[in-house]
Structure formats: structure tokens, C-alpha cells
Ligand binder design. Structure first.
Ligand code: SAH
Length: 398
């Protein structure tokens, strides 16, 4: 079988040869030759020299991913099994940890296959397909899972535009269907998850280290405000760490019952905590008027959000969000500032923090910084995949 060929423009050759795995649309010389989703392509330079082999799969700025730089390596069943097997081996310790039954086992380009994410939830695998192209390799991926892992069931999330063809089959793929909520653990914290209910299952696994840090080092006796709280995972971590009280604020109505559920999973009396369904910006005004202050304020907004009164973009508005948070933080209290916006790197993010404190006339101290946990393996050649930035900042003062 002859392979489709993509030529990389001279201006991009250095980067692509240096290991950059994403095939950017603008880097392709013969763009009109772009094949259909899932086609295996040979990637060559302008002199017809082999650079790598990959596949077509449109995803954000990319039109595909390079999977191997070895001319002799085929993209076949064995390839997928090899990559998955290596990824599972890397997470061996997590599979053996009785306190953690939910974690990531395959992280896209970080584990060598762009667009493919696999999470583990106590006997179940959830596969996320980020392009139609990677989805066309589904059979190989399932076969690889069958070969290297034992499981109760497999679910999937198609995170690409299926042109309205998507059939809502509750995301089930094979094995046994689960009963939801499914109870999972992470460093001893219990979470209820729903694998059959849309893209968000109930907990964001990438914040694992931050939850543990909040529980173990920053919560004891503290009055905690958790904004953009979703199912209240940070509030639960804080309560387990001995917080005097937590307040969870989220705009989504479902967050109320979902937060009660996560507290209950951990044997915490949710009535001792506040769960507020409200626009965070409105809540900040409200709290400031009432002169409420908190010892620990957690900020974990989405990169972009639109509510009735506000549009929020992390790149534009994070500094102002921080100023609101500073206003309701006790002197010597701590702000946990988090963003998953890939367009805001750590340097820029710390710039927002610096500016916010400057403009409020307060001084601060950075206590610690976090990025993705180890199971969210990243590729050094693809820094935009290392998207999580979390800074613990102390508001200094009398
Ligand atoms: N911090 C959460 C994840 C946040 S997901 C965790 O650790 O699990 C983003 C959340 O922000 C969503 O639940 C969404 O409903 C909420 N949200 C978006 N805009 C908001 C706003 N203006 N006010 C309050 N919540 C908002």
C-alpha cells in the first residue's frame, strides 16, 4: 500500500524535525493533498527526506499528529499496543495504590499518540477521542486495552464535531455497564463519578496534587472560599483537611446537589458548609459588602465563560478576578490561583498575580507552584500540552 505524503514547508522543518508532534495546518506545503480523517501519512521535508509518520486528525490548530520518527515503524495494531503498554507500565504504582482508584493512564501526545486520552475509574476505562481521525483507530485501541488490561467496562467521549451524526448511546463501548454514581478514590478522597453523562464526569483528575496540597497543608481550622466550584472537589479536600467551614460558589444549578453528593461520599455533614448557586462576580460584591473575609480563597475558573452579566476570559480578565479575591482574603491568608488556559503560560500568569497585588497596594509571597500531576504525562517538545498552572500566594499584611 502506498502511503499519503505530506510535505513540511522549509520554515517549519527545524521545529518538526526537532520533535514537535503536531502537524500545524500552516506548516503543510501540499495542503490541498490533505487526506481524509484517519489516513496514515508519511511526513517529508521539501527535499523528500523522511521526518516521520503520523495520521490526519483535525483538532484545534492541527490537522494531524506525528506518531513515529522511525521509518520502519508501522501504525498498526502492534503500535497502539506498544504505546498503551508503555503508558500503563508508567502508572504501575497508581494501579497498586489502594487509596487511588481514579487517574489518567494515557495522556495524548505525552504518551505518544495525539488526540487519545484514557482515564481509569475503578475498573472502568473512559476513552476520549479528540479527532475523528484518532477515532478511526478505535478497533486498535480497544484491542490493545483487551490485551494489556483487565476491566469491567469501557466508556467513551467523542470530543470532535460529528456533524450531528452523534448517537446518544450513553457513551458505553463494551464490557459491563456501570451503575452510577460510581465511587472512586484519589489519595483517600472519595468521589462520585458518572461516566455516562456528558464530557465532565464529576471530578477533574488533573487537580489531584492541588487537592492533596490543600487538604494536607492549607486547610486546618480555615474558613475557605471555593469559587467556580463545580462538584466542590476542592471544598471536600479542604473539609477533610480540617477546614472550619467551606463555601462553594458556582453558577450551575446542578453544582448544589453534586456538591452535597461529594461531601456525603466522604461522610462530611454538608449542612455545616455553604453551597451557593451564584455568579462568582456577584458573590464577590456581596461578600465585600458584608465585609466577609476568608483565610483560603480558591480560584479555578474555566478559560472562557459566559454568564448573563459577564463574559470571562482568563487571558484578559484573570487579573481583575484576582483583585476581587484579594479583597475578600484575610491578611496573611492564601489565594490558590489556577488556570488551564494554554495561551497563558506560568510567566504570564505570575505577571497577572503581580499586577493584581500591585494595583491593590498589597504585597504578597508565592508559597508554591503546581503543574500537571505525573499521570498527565507531557511531551517536552509540545509545551502547550502542559496547560495547568497553579500558584499558592500569600497575601501579606497585618
Ligand atoms: N474548580 C472545579 C472545576 C471548575 S469547572 C473543580 O475543581 O472541580 C468550571 C465551573 O465554573 C463550572 O462548574 C461552571 O458552572 C462554573 N462557572 C462558569 N462561570 C461562572 C461564573 N461566572 N460564576 C460561577 N461559576 C461559574
Amino acid at each position: 500500500m502506498s502511503e499519503a505524503v505530506l510535505h513540511i514547508k522549509a520554515a517549519y522543518q527545524k521545529r518538526v524535525k526537532g520533535g514537535y508532534p503536531l502537524l500545524l495546518k500552516e506548516a503543510i506545503k501540499n495542503e490541498h493533498d490533505l487526506q481524509k480523517e484517519g489516513t496514515v501519512v508519511e511526513v517529508l521535508d521539501e527535499q523528500n527526506q523522511f521526518i516521520g509518520r503520523g495520521f490526519i486528525g483535525k483538532q484545534n490548530k492541527g490537522v494531524g499528529w506525528i506518531l513515529t520518527r522511525n521509518r520502519d515503524e508501522r501504525i498498526d495494531e502492534r503500535f497502539f499496543e506498544k504505546k498503551l503498554s508503555a503508558a500503563f507500565n508508567q502508572r504501575k504504582r497508581l494501579f497498586q495504590d489502594p487509596d487511588t482508584t481514579a487517574f489518567r493512564v494515557f495522556n495524548g501526545e505525552g504518551d505518544g499518540i495525539g488526540g487519545l486520552i484514557i482515564d481509569y475509574f475503578d475498573g472502568y476505562y473512559v476513552i476520549q477521542w479528540y479527532s475523528e481521525g484518532i477515532y478511526s483507530f478505535k478497533e486498535y485501541v480497544i484491542k490493545a486495552l483487551d490485551a494489556i488490561a483487565s476491566y469491567t467496562g469501557i466508556y467513551e467521549k467523542k470530543r470532535f464535531n460529528t456533524d450531528g451524526q452523534y448517537i446518544d448511546d450513553d457513551d458505553f463501548v463494551e464490557g459491563e455497564r456501570g451503575e452510577f454514581p460510581l465511587a472512586v478514590k484519589e489519595n483517600g478522597i472519595h468521589f462520585a463519578v458518572y461516566l455516562n453523562d456528558g464530557a465532565m464526569v464529576g471530578v477533574f483528575l488533573d487537580q489531584k496534587d492541588v487537592r492533596k496540597t490543600i487538604r494536607d497543608k492549607y486547610s486546618k481550622g480555615k474558613n475557605v472560599l471555593n469559587t467556580f466550584s463545580y462538584t466542590g472537589a476542592f471544598s471536600v479536600a479542604a473539609a477533610l483537611g480540617g477546614a472550619a467551614k467551606t463555601t462553594s460558589v458556582d453558577l450551575a444549578k446542578r453544582s448544589h446537589r453534586k456538591t452535597i453528593e461529594q461531601f456525603s461520599m466522604n461522610g462530611i455533614d454538608y449542612e455545616a458548609h455553604d453551597i451557593v448557586v451564584m455568579d462568582v462576580f456577584k458573590y464577590f460584591n456581596y461578600a465585600a459588602k458584608k465585609k466577609w473575609v476568608f483565610d483560603l480563597v480558591i480560584l479555578d475558573p474555566p478559560s472562557f465563560a459566559r454568564s448573563k452579566k459577564h463574559t470571562f476570559s482568563a487571558a484578559k480578565d484573570y487579573k481583575n478576578l484576582l483583585k476581587e479575591a484579594i479583597a475578600v482574603t484575610e491578611a496573611n491568608g492564601v489565594i490558590v490561583a489556577s488556570t488551564n488556559h494554554s495561551g497563558v503560560d506560568m510567566k504570564k500568569f505570575k505577571g497577572f498575580i503581580d499586577k493584581a497585588f500591585q494595583e491593590t497596594g498589597r504585597s504578597y509571597q508565592v508559597l508554591e507552584e503546581h503543574s500537571l500531576p505525573q499521570d498527565f504525562r507531557t511531551n517536552k517538545q509540545f509545551p502547550e500540552g502542559d496547560y495547568l498552572k497553579v500558584v499558592f500566594v500569600k497575601k501579606l499584611g497585618k
